[in-house]
Design a protein around this ligand. Structure first.
Ligand code: ADP
Length: 287
């Protein structure tokens, strides 16, 4: 018996904006709340979920009930197209019908058992594959989609298309997450580099850190913030207001979140993710 109470589709207009990172951390957050969670990665051309959950190289097992998810904890099961590839370097060069067939099988044939949440990490864009995904999810019931973007116009333009896609096919937009919304780093983690031509101190990072320790220790408990991308156009919040969809919040660019993702860890168990983990948790509360 498979019962999935809630299904959340995670979408993005472009690749590389943090869709899989958000899907992974959303799943960790829901599992931390003691929900029974399934994370399904159908990003067929770039399945990053095995790495982001520390499950690389795992094999899928099949029973007479269907494919069995790989359990990270007793309440967090994961299934990814990446588990089916013989080698992580292997490209998936398949034509549409084969891709669609596999996606449908993934949506249909995984034996999740009884779960509270299914988080579906979809491919970026609004391709042919999305039609298959949406058809299945609409038929079996879906709460809606979360769309991940960066604050840049190049990403937001594609998000507008993604929102219009959702509206056309009848999927509710639960909201938009602005990821990589400025860089935030504890001052104590900053590395300093000499501006060309300026000399005098050998190791400038060591010099600056010592200077802060001795002269302004309070600085170490602050975040250094910089706007990496131009958000003078109002970013995702403005776009959401214009398109009448909820804005869920901002997640800063946090090198420690990137590291947690690289190492397959939850950011919520890592005190160094202080710039990003609370922001992600606030968004999860909004959902
Ligand atoms: P997508 O799924 O949209 O292609 P990913 O989730 O794979 O994007 O993210 C792309 C890269 O950016 C990954 O290396 C990830 O660790 C990093 N990343 C994503 N969001 C953040 C963030 N908020 N702070 C730091 N690194 C991030």
């Amino acid at each position: 018996m498979v019962t999935v109470k809630h299904k959340i589709l995670v979408l993005s207009g472009k690749g590389g904006v943090g869709k899989s990172t958000f899907s992974a951390q959303l799943s960790f957050a829901l599992a931390n709340k003691d929900y029974q969670v399934g994370l399904l990665d159908i990003d067929i051309c770039g399945p990053s979920i095995p790495k982001m959950l520390g499950l690389e190289g795992q094999d899928i097992h099949q029973s007479n009930l269907g494919w069995s998810p790989i359990y990270l904890d007793s309440n967090l099961g994961v299934m990814s197209i990446g588990f089916m590839l013989p080698h992580p370097d292997e490209a998936v060069i398949w034509r549409g019908p084969r891709k669609n067939g596999l996606i449908k099988q993934f949506l249909k044939d995984v034996h999740w058992g009884e779960i509270d949440y299914l988080v579906v990490d979809a491919p970026p864009g609004t391709s042919d594959e999305h039609i298959s995904i949406v058809q299945f999810l609409l038929a079996s019931g879906i709460d809606g989609a979360v769309i991940v973007t960066t604050p840049q116009q190049v990403s937001l333009i594609d998000v507008r298309k993604e929102i219009s896609f959702c509206k056309k096919v009848g999927i509710r937009v639960l909201g938009v997450v602005e990821n990589m919304s400025g860089l935030r780093q504890p001052v104590s983690d900053l590395r300093f580099e000499r501006i060309d031509g300026v000399t005098g101190v050998e190791d400038v990072t060591e010099w600056a850190r010592r200077y802060i320790r001795e002269n302004a220790p309070e600085l170490s408990s602050l975040f250094a913030c910089s706007e990496v991308f131009d958000s003078s156009g109002g970013g995702a919040a403005k776009m959401c207001a214009e398109m009448s969809v909820p804005f869920l919040g901002k997640v800063p660019m946090d090198p420690q979140l990137g590291k947690a993702a690289e190492e397959g860890r939850s950011c919520f168990e890592d005190k160094r993710c202080g710039a990003s983990a609370p922001a992600i948790l606030r968004i999860v509360e909004e959902l």
